[in-house]
Design a protein around this ligand. Structure first.
Ligand SMILES: Nc1ncnc2c1ncn2[C@@H]1O[C@H](COP(=O)(O)OP(=O)(O)OP(=O)(O)O)[C@@H](O)[C@H]1O
Ligand SMILES: [Mg+2]
Length: 272
C-alpha cells in the first residue's frame, strides 16, 4: 500500500461494493452490486473528479472512503495505512480527522438550531479539545479562511445564503486540519456565481493547505475547471479515467463522449 511519503494520498484498488436489496422468502439476504472493481488514486494536493450519471455509484465510493458502508472487496489505502484492513466500526480517530466530507445541501448538513459560530466551534472543540480564548481564535481564523465575515457567526443556517451556509460547512470540515476532503456535489445546489466563488475558495484552500479532494459531481464544466484527474463512472465501472485534459480532449469511451456532447458549451471547449 502507499507509503506515507508517496505522492499519492489515497489509493483505491479493485473496489467492489454491494447493498442488501431485501430478503428471499427463506430470509437469506439478496444483494445488488453497485461498484465493480474500481481503481484510482488521488495525489497529495490534487483533486480527483468522480463524474457519471445519477445512480452510477459516485456517493457510494465516497461513503466507502469515509467508512460509512462496508466494502465487499478491494482495498483503500490512505497515507501508508490500509483502511480496508480495519474491522468494521473501528475507524481510528486520526483517520476520521484526516478525511472529511462536504455535502450538496448545507441546509441539511447543518444543525438548524445551532448558530454558525457554534457549529464550527463544536467541531474545533471535539477534534482539538480547545476551549476559551484559544477556541475563539481558532474559530475566527476558520471564518477568515473560508471568507465568512465573523459577525455572520451569530446567525442560524436559515439566516444565511446558500453560499454562506456552504462556507460554514467547509469551515466545519476544516476544523480538524483534514488532508483529504470528499466533496459530494458540494457546489451543485449553488447558483452559478456563488458556485464560482466556492470553487475559487476550494482551490485557494488546496493551495494554502496542500489539501486533496475527491470531487463528486455530475457537472462536467465544474469538474474540468477544478480536477487534475477524472474518472467517469457508468453502472459502477470507469468508462474513462486519466488526466482531465486527456479525458476532455480525447475521451475513449462512447459513454464519456456522449456525456461531453450533452453539454451545450463549457469553458475551454470550442464548438465543433
Ligand atoms: N443504502 C442503499 N441501499 C441500497 N441501494 C443503495 C443504497 N444507496 C445507494 N444505493 C444504490 O446504489 C446505486 C449507486 O448509488 P449512489 O448514491 O452511489 O449514486 P450516485 O452516483 O451518487 O448518484 P447521484 O448522482 O444521484 O447522487 C444506485 O443504484 C442506488 O439506488
Ligand atoms: Mg450521489
Amino acid at each position: 500500500m502507499n507509503a506515507p511519503n508517496d505522492d499519492v494520498i489515497l489509493r483505491v484498488e479493485d473496489l467492489t461494493i454491494r447493498y442488501e436489496k431485501g430478503r428471499s422468502i427463506w430470509g437469506t439476504p439478496r444483494y445488488g452490486q453497485v461498484v465493480h472493481g474500481v481503481s484510482f488514486s488521488v495525489k497529495r494536493g490534487e483533486t480527483f473528479g468522480l463524474v457519471g450519471e445519477s445512480g452510477s455509484g459516485k456517493s457510494t465510493i465516497g461513503k466507502a472512503i469515509l467508512r460509512q458502508i462496508p466494502v465487499l472487496g478491494g482495498t483503500i489505502g490512505f497515507d501508508g495505512e490500509t483502511v480496508t484492513d480495519w474491522p468494521e466500526g473501528t475507524t481510528p480517530l486520526a483517520y476520521r480527522r484526516a478525511v472529511q466530507v462536504v455535502f450538496q445541501s448545507p441546509r441539511l448538513s447543518l444543525n438548524a438550531r445551532m448558530l454558525a459560530r457554534d457549529t464550527v466551534a463544536e467541531a474545533v472543540h471535539f477534534h482539538l479539545g480547545l476551549q476559551g480564548r484559544e477556541l475563539d481564535e481558532r474559530v475566527d481564523r476558520l471564518f477568515d479562511d473560508v471568507g465568512l465575515a465573523r459577525h455572520l457567526g451569530d446567525r442560524y443556517p436559515d439566516e444565511l445564503s446558500g453560499g454562506q451556509q456552504q462556507r460554514v460547512a467547509i469551515a466545519r470540515a476544516l476544523a480538524c486540519d483534514p488532508r483529504l476532503v470528499i466533496c459530494d456535489e458540494a457546489v451543485s445546489a449553488l447558483d452559478v456565481s456563488t458556485q464560482a466563488q466556492v470553487i475559487a475558495l476550494l482551490r485557494r484552500l488546496q493551495e494554502e493547505r496542500g489539501l486533496s479532494y475527491v470531487f463528486i459531481s455530475h457537472d462536467l464544466g465544474v469538474v474540468r475547471n477544478l480536477c487534475h484527474q477524472v474518472g467517469v463512472l457508468q453502472h459502477g465501472r470507469f468508462t474513462d479515467i486519466g488526466l482531465t485534459e486527456d479525458i476532455f480532449e480525447r475521451p475513449r469511451s462512447d459513454y464519456t463522449r456522449a456525456l461531453l456532447d450533452a453539454i451545450p458549451r463549457f469553458p475551454g471547449r470550442t464548438a465543433a
